[in-house]
Design a protein around this ligand. Sequence first.
Ligand SMILES: [Zn+2]
Length: 166
Amino acid sequence: MTEFKLNIADGTILVGSKRAVFHCNHYNSFLQKVICDTFGAEGKIMQINASKKINKEMLLNLKAENPDKDFVELAEGTFKDLALGLLDLSQLGSGVVKLQNSHYGLGIFYKFGKQKSGVCLKAAGYVLAVKEILDGSELSAENIQETTCISMTDTAEGICTLEVKS
Ligand SMILES: [Zn+2]
């Protein structure tokens, strides 16, 4: 389990030495929708790249703080501990990542209904961050596509699939 450091005195939470703020599914769903509605495709790119940047910083700190832990397991566990879903990075080497119980996929489906394209932008950026740390590549939102998303189904069941192309 990833250690979250709570400072009761000032109310801050550190994850990988980065200040973390936790929002509920309602807040996150509305924030993402407002950005996408305002900026369209650029809004999606912006959110994926922002997720990659902040998560890479956090994951590099966690990796340094946990030198004896397997990094992929650490990354999967941290994503789960952040309550964002169950990320399976076991096929990342071949460019495929599976995501169960996606926080954004479920939240947006139940708030706004069936979607026309994938909504797991936070996860996409997180996956890019993990890949960059593992192989030293430089990636951006254009390098990842969510090919299946539970928010695009009729019942929000199933699994999200993210494909990474270097
Ligand atoms: Zn999804």
